[in-house]
Write a new protein. Structure first.
Ligand SMILES: Nc1ncnc2c1ncn2[C@@H]1O[C@H](COP(=O)(O)OP(=O)(O)O)[C@@H](O)[C@H]1O
Ligand SMILES: [Mg+2]
Lengths: 259, 236
């Protein structure tokens, strides 16, 4: 374990590579996320955005590169040998950077509050009362407390995604990973999830958000990373990337995303 | 001759019911053991380790491709030659259990494979260990999914139990044979036996259905006595 100072990035990714059956999908990805930062990862479909997120929390096993989370090496290159931290370390890291998925992935056999208590009890070993209190607080934050005893299949998409966000919040995360959190929602329901995410950003939550939702990006991003062809092709502030002087490929991507 | 049903068989009814009780015992014990063994077989057969998988696959294949009656005869009459002596009752349990486990391992394997990979990913991404993912997400969901099929296998088992009369277990059908050797009235005795089997199956099916309905997630809402959000609002 290495030291962690407030000025170091929460998450540091260097030269991350990943192939699927010989086809390179990530060809050296570099990324740094600092405390309180809202980093939005945009780019065309198939560019590798989801794969980046899934490698960061080791849902996929990277092929090589270096990932440091809170000063702890999750994977690294030592000479020519690629080393991944023990499963325990990865589990510990995952609990501190939970993920919100496009299709919610709520546990269908658990109630709303059961979903939010699960990780707290199983992973963080909080007792039932503690977990319930925290779950209620998190559900209140996303405006879902009245639905605490419902089952996921009794909720709308927007409600499910708010519960999924509460489930992530309950882990007391250092970073939340979002993979297209509003892409599977009816247009009318996008707003409520955007609203919750804006609240989180106002409270200083550190987030890494993969999204095609340009309204969301414009309203909360502090940094934008443009991903294309297995690289982070451009990074910068919203003003820089969305202004008139934006690189032409971002402008054409934005034009395409606009309609 | 047709008056027999009303005059002679009722006299033997307690004896037949005693046999039925043994049938129920056989079914329940075999069901519990077969479910447990079938579950472990399913997990083993889903393992990535070939050495673990292969013997289990072979076992299941053999059990499914040979008749239950032959398996029972082998266990009761041939195993003693290898030094394994079981009473008729336990030989029956052994045969029914092994046979059922083979079939149920297929059921469980399918149910486990059908669990939403997205929910597994969600569990992993919360930091759960692979064992926790299985215990907390995969097994509860696979169990619920397998329940109706499991119920069907229980009814089938209840009826398959009649086969153990061939290895002299004193269950319902064997008791019927004894009654017939006494009264020479096969028609009425077998009708009585059919009725008893029907009632046992019918009642079991109702009970299983009831359990299914109770365990379905959306129906469990009714079992939560006080909704968590109500106590606060009620206090206001
Ligand atoms: N598990 C996988 N197996 C094989 N190919 C995959 C897998 N996951 C992603 N890919 C491929 O990797 C590429 C990038 O996918 P993804 O990261 O999902 O892109 P994005 O999220 O940017 O749309 C795609 O071409 C996709 O087909
Ligand atoms: Mg994607």
């Amino acid at each position: 374990m290495t030291s962690f100072s407030p000025s170091s990035p929460v998450l540091l990714v260097r030269q991350l590579r990943k192939s699927f059956r010989g086809a390179p999908v990530l060809k050296s990805v570099d990324l740094a996320i600092h405390q309180g930062e809202i980093a939005c990862l945009i780019g065309p479909s198939g560019a590798g955005k989801s794969t980046i997120l899934r490698c960061i929390n080791f849902l996929e096993r990277p092929d090589s590169g270096e990932i440091t989370f809170f000063g702890e090496r999750l994977c690294s290159e030592d000479g020519n040998i690629f080393h991944i931290a023990p499963e325990r370390t990865l589990q510990h890291a995952r609990a501190r950077m939970p993920m919100v998925f496009q299709h919610f992935n709520l546990f269908s056999h658990r109630t709303v509050i059961g979903n939010v208590m699960e990780g707290q009890m199983v992973v963080l070993h909080r007792n039932r009362d503690e977990a319930r209190d925290r779950a209620r607080a998190c559900l209140a934050r996303v405006g879902m407390l009245e639905r605490a005893e419902f089952y996921p299949d009794q909720l709308s998409g927007g409600q499910k995604q708010r519960v999924a966000i509460a489930r992530a919040l309950a882990m007391s995360p250092a970073l939340i990973l979002f993979d297209e959190p509003t892409s599977a929602l009816d247009p009318a329901l996008v707003q409520e999830v955007q609203g919750v995410m804006r609240d989180l950003s106002a409270e200083g939550m550190t987030m890494l958000i993969v999204t095609h939702d340009m309204r969301l990006v414009k309203s909360i991003a502090t940094t934008i990373h443009f991903c294309a062809d297995g690289h982070i092709a451009e990074s910068g502030s919203p003003a820089l990337l969305f202004g008139d002087t934006a690189p032409s490929r971002i402008q054409s991507f934005m034009d395409a995303a606009a309609h | 001759m047709y008056n027999f049903f009303f005059f002679e068989v009722p006299e033997h009814l307690p004896f037949l019911l005693k046999g039925a009780l043994v049938t129920i015992e056989l079914s329940l014990i075999s069901m519990v053991l077969g479910t447990a063994l079938g579950f472990f077989l399913a997990i083993g057969r889903l393992s990535s380790r070939r050495l673990l998988r292969l013997p289990m696959d072979i076992f299941v294949e053999i059990m499914r491709d040979t008749p239950l009656i032959v398996q029972l005869l082998l266990i009761y009459f041939s195993l003693p030659e290898a030094g394994i002596v079981l009473s008729a009752f336990w030989a029956g349990i052994a045969g029914l259990t092994l046979n059922l486990a083979a079939y149920l391992s297929e059921v469980f394997r399918a149910a486990i494979s059908a669990v939403d990979p997205g929910q597994k990913a969600a569990a992993i991404s919360l930091g759960m260990s692979p064992v926790a993912v299985y215990r907390r997400v995969v097994i509860p969901q696979a169990g619920l999914a397998a329940l109706p099929t499991l119920g069907g296998y229980f009814i089938a088992l209840l009826k398959d139990c009649s086969l153990v009369s061939f290895i002299s277990v004193n269950e319902l059908l064997r008791h019927a044979t004894i009654v017939i050797s006494d009264t020479f009235d096969s028609m009425n005795t077998y009708i009585m036996v059919a009725i008893i089997y029907f009632v046992m199956s019918f009642v079991s099916a109702r009970i299983i259905r009831h359990i299914e309905v109770r365990l379905a997630p959306t129906n469990r809402r009714g079992t939560i006595s006080v909704p968590l959000t109500m106590d606060k609002e009620g206090a206001r």
